[in-house]
Design a protein around this ligand. Structure first.
Ligand SMILES: *[C@@H]1O[C@H](CO)[C@@H](O)[C@H](O)[C@H]1NC(C)=O
Ligand SMILES: *[C@@H]1O[C@H](CO)[C@@H](O)[C@H](O)[C@H]1NC(C)=O
Length: 250
């Protein structure tokens, strides 16, 4: 409950003036989904940039298949979801069997929940889970969640099945009661770009590292353990002091 409140508070800070008070998020249904450019992965999505929190354009240790290792310092009951575009530009999710899952939207224009096998369970706290991308994955995100997230599909303007991802800014998002965060990356088959994304919102403290072809490591530490609660407590104290949450607390 505390973590869930924490996520809601971090979101309230992010969108600033639209919430006068800390808002507790409640998971809504399909009708509550709000699609913005931040939570749609369609056939033309381009993501990625460079700057704070990013590891930019480094050569992967091996060409082709790309191994991802996730060390779970957080808790048991963690899941990973990986979204991105395959080499033909089609939105996909990585299944726990290491194969891409292609969502199939219908023609109603209403987002349909993706019910295929897309949740990759993480090994318990203190352990590492390894999964390998079979090929390049562009405009990709690795979602890490304490519980299960909901992804939906809807046809984009090209008639391609796009992926509607959880939204950190919608307090009625169907995944709003789950604590989650993501790392963005782009792997074109040779070079990797990655971005820890904590510039936008905080749901779960994440750090990342990339191993270079030389064996050398590049790492971004991310936030400290307990950071989400500390940020939220700071926002609560500010609200108690002056009745408002400024964007400084995002
Ligand atoms: C990292 O990704 C986020 C989320 O898409 C984006 O808003 C942000 O600008 C990116 N940050 C950098 C430094 O590229
Ligand atoms: C993909 O999503 C972006 C952001 O919402 C939108 O601008 C673009 O038109 C979409 N592309 C297609 C093919 O629908």
């Amino acid at each position: 409950m505390r973590a869930f409140l924490g996520l809601a508070l971090a979101m309230a800070g992010l969108i600033g003036q639209s919430f006068a008070k800390p808002t507790i998020a409640h998971a809504g249904g399909v009708d509550d989904i709000i699609i913005t450019e931040d939570n749609i992965l369609n056939s033309t999505t381009v993501r990625g940039g460079e700057g704070a929190g990013s590891i930019s354009r480094i050569k992967a240790a091996q060409a082709g298949a790309f191994p991802i290792e996730v060390h779970n310092n957080f808790d048991s009951g963690m899941f990973m979801y990986i979204t991105g575009r395959d080499t033909s530009g089609t939105p996909v999710l990585l299944g726990p069997n290491g194969q891409y899952v292609y969502p199939q939207a219908d023609n109603t224009g209403v987002p349909k929940e993706i019910t295929g096998d897309i949740a990759i369970p993480l090994n318990p706290q203190g352990q590492t889970t390894t999964i390998t991308l079979p090929q390049a994955l562009i405009s990709a995100r690795i979602y890490l969640a304490h519980g299960n997230l909901k992804f939906f599909t809807v046809k984009d303007g090209n008639g391609v099945s796009a992926i509607v991802e959880p939204s950190a800014a919608n307090p009625l998002d169907p995944s709003a009661e789950v604590q989650w965060g993501f790392i963005e990356f782009n792997y074109d088959g040779t070079f990797v770009f990655a971005n820890i994304s904590f510039v936008d919102f905080v749901g779960i403290p994440l750090g990342m590292g990339v191993t270079l072809a030389s064996g050398e490591q590049q790492t971004v530490q991310g936030l400290m353990s307990g950071a989400v609660n500390n940020i939220c407590n700071g926002m609560k104290a500010q609200t108690a002091a002056d009745g408002s949450i400024g964007t400084d607390y995002a």
